[in-house]
Design a protein. Sequence first.
Length: 200
Amino acid sequence: MSSNREEETAVRDAILAIVERTIAVEARNLAQMSSSLLEGNVLEAIYAIGSADRVFVQGVGTSGALASYMAVRLLRRGVRAVASDATGIRVADFLVTMRSSDVLLVTSRADGHREVDLAIAHARACGAKAFVVTDLVKGELSRTVALVLLDMLASGVAVHNRSRAEDTTETLNALREQLAGRRMDLTGALRDLDQVPAHP
């Protein structure tokens, strides 16, 4: 019985050590982000996304979840966005309607994905702007930093077109109320706007 308790304690301590280490590593990554941020690239991406007819958000592998997350964040700020984690020939279906007025945003952190290379090449051939999350900072990019960068872009887009973000929030809340039968305020975009003064 005593050995079982000792084993459980050892496992618990090992798990807590992993938790603490993960927090410490990601806290360090986030602290380094401010000095590695390429502000010009971030601003260019925000302006382009905020002005695009549509944003094609692409992720490969686990970054596909980031792509879906980002598309929802943009939709809630009034930006037409579609996400894909497609691989192989399905990528063609994702890209086929892209036009010069659209923007490609790639959430994958790793280089060398054939699907990403194709998407970027196709966007450029169409005259559409393409941005990769790894190009927003210098050096390595952790998943936590990638997520923060995507949140940063979404918040910037809300500020870029404040009235659109406010109108979209109003419509979303009205639809949610009809679906739920009660008031369900969605305030993410408005929280973005609360952080900055209104501009003309």
